[in-house]
Design a protein around this ligand. Structure first.
Ligand code: ATP
Ligand code: DNN
Ligand code: MG
Length: 223
């Protein structure tokens, strides 16, 4: 057995899905935009950092999806420093209480929750992003790069998720088309390749993401 056995997925559609990734900048927001558009759901980014340098993921989702404001919830914590929530909160004197977080009411189902960075990002001195995922009780979609290096990063992330018994609906690859890597990850990771997001110049955010959203299976058909 290469990895821990994957936990079973829920048999009926859950309240939502948690979008995590193998790194920061891997494409979680792009993926979240595509999925929120495809499923006409509700987007939520509980922890946003880096606002001193970027507009933030929530306005990016608004821009990419063009959905009405009711489909997009505000971040629970919005920090300036381009750091982990734990580090940014200390710098900015903000107390984070991730252990208090529960799933918000979503005006439109499903709820699409985006993490910050990857699984092992510290939220506080004793809580990681992966612990929040377990606490919220949602299954996961893992965003990963399609090219060289992805086998290690993706299998490491899957191992961590399986060890904490967090169900994984599948992974989404981002970048140049590398079907061999997707097949290897399906086999060794015992995980479904859900979709592939092409790299530039056909990148969705330089074109209307509706084209890619239209290729995503309906939410209810995935359970
Ligand atoms: N397939 C792609 N084609 C072109 N640009 C891309 C693609 N995927 C990601 N990008 C760009 O790379 C940058 C990082 O992507 P994104 O914001 O989705 O990362 P992230 O995983 O959400 O990062 P964070 O951890 O900060 O939330 C963005 O500017 C995005 O537009
Ligand atoms: C600032 C960035 N865009 C993300 N919001 C936060 C990424 C934290 C990564 C921490 C780490 O893994 O080193
Ligand atoms: Mg993002």
């Amino acid at each position: 057995m290469l990895l821990q056995p994957p936990p079973a997925l829920p048999r009926t559609a859950p309240r939502g899905i948690f979008i995590t990734g193998t790194d920061t900048g891997i494409g979680k927001t792009l993926t979240s935009a595509i999925l929120t558009k495809a499923w006409q759901g509700t987007y939520w980014k509980p922890f946003q950092t880096g606002l001193a340098e970027e507009a933030g993921d929530t306005p990016t989702i608004q821009h990419l999806t063009g959905l009405p404001a009711e489909h997009i919830l505000p971040p629970t914590y919005a920090l300036q420093a381009p750091l982990s929530p734990a580090a940014a909160s200390v710098l900015e004197g903000v107390t984070l209480e991730p252990e208090q977080l529960t799933l918000p009411e979503a005006p439109h189902s499903p709820l699409i929750v985006e993490g910050a960075g990857g699984l092992m990002v510290p939220l506080t001195d004793d809580m990681l992003m992966i612990d929040l995922i377990a606490q919220l009780g949602l299954p996961v979609i893992l965003v990963t790069r399609s090219g060289l290096g992805t086998l290690n990063h993706t299998l490491l992330s899957l191992e961590a998720l399986y060890q904490r018994r967090i169900p994984v609906l599948g992974f989404i690859t981002n970048g140049p088309k590398m079907p061999e890597n997707s097949r290897t990850l399906e086999r060794l990771g015992q995980c479904r390749a859900l979709h592939h997001i092409p790299a530039p110049p056909s990148a969705p955010e330089t074109k209307d993401i509706s084209r890619i959203a239209a290729q995503i299976p309906p939410w209810k058909s995935l359970w």
